[in-house]
Design a protein around this ligand. Sequence first.
Ligand SMILES: C[S@@+](CC[C@H](N)C(=O)[O-])C[C@H]1O[C@@H](n2cnc3c(N)ncnc32)[C@H](O)[C@@H]1O
Length: 395
Amino acid sequence: MKLIAVPRLPIEDLLAPGEKPDAGLIDGVRRLSRLFTIDRDKLGLDYLSDPALRLAYLLYFAPVNLAKCLSVLAELPPLPARPLRVLDLGSGPGVGALAMFHYLSSEGRKPPGGTELVLVDRNREILAEAKSLWSNLASMVPGFEVPGLHIALLDLERPGPRAPWKQQTFDLILMVNSLNELFRSARDPIARRAKLLEQLLESLALDGTLVVIEPALRQTTRELHGVRDRLVTQGKATVYSPCLHERSCPALLHPDDWCHEERPWSPTAMIEAIDRAVGFIKDSLKFSYLVLRKDGRTIADRGQNIYRVVSERMATKGEQRVWLCNEMGRQLVGRLEKERSEDNAAFDRWERGAIVRLAEIDRRGSVGRIRPSATADVIRPVGESQSESLVRLQR
Ligand SMILES: C[S@@+](CC[C@H](N)C(=O)[O-])C[C@H]1O[C@@H](n2cnc3c(N)ncnc32)[C@H](O)[C@@H]1O
């Protein structure tokens, strides 16, 4: 399996200087990880005010989230060639903004002067960390004009009329692992989150992008699917990725289904050391996400024969199967080993998240079958960046 090119991040040196994890850090990572997963109901509002949890966040969770953010930024269309306005909501230490810094300062995507980033969070202490991280950036890429940073201490559940998105438009709006923390005690959290995103979409430039990244947990992911359904069925936006349609999310039809990413990566030494100590295995970047646009742009062409692979490959006796999703819904398809042919050989490269084409499915049984005569392709391999796909299309 191809490793996703998450480049080495100089910014990680800021977040996680090469010290060894001590017992306090390991305990903090363990506690925070429980609060983000099995003890979610105990996650307080200001958990990042606890110094041990904040340190754990900075040294472990933030670099991982930064890599997730970069892998999504890489698949977006090129950003407009004008001074950019970027909004990072529930920014924590500014993970979305740091990912933007890395994205803009690498691969010659230098933005025109005057680019501005606005971070919003309710936690004063983590915003102070964001400020100090940002002030160290200038030295990392000599000659790069570091975008201006504005910080707003704000409760996203009660933003009031002075919220940044009510004052100006934005080219890129990022919500990384924060949407699920909002309106948790509301009667209908999904409706409230959708309402907030609706407001954000109003402030999004016509060629702008709204990116939501959420943890790869069934509950938070299904909630994100619910928010997506409200927004796209009301025509507030269209999906750039991951979905290849604007119909209701078919994963919501069955309570066990949910759709997430698992992108292979190479963890940094610090993450590996913490994983070893805590007993975690972070061999892939797991997250769910939603990228919305207002101009109808999509990550790939769509059609009845074009699908996204939404599961891992499942091996049964003499057969491999995957779940596919497109405007026709979710469907399980398999190819028998004995029916492998030159035409359907590309099926061997179908991984979770890949966009694929399949000329025909034999639907006579409960599992759709890829017969030897069916042509299979990979249209967009998992994790391919926009620049890689341009190069491939020009070949
Ligand atoms: C899991 S952290 C994510 C931080 C960062 N975006 C990342 O991906 O690493 C969630 C952040 O959302 C913030 N947050 C939660 N509820 C909020 C609210 N009602 N208003 C503003 N920020 C909030 C928290 O303070 C925290 O910094």
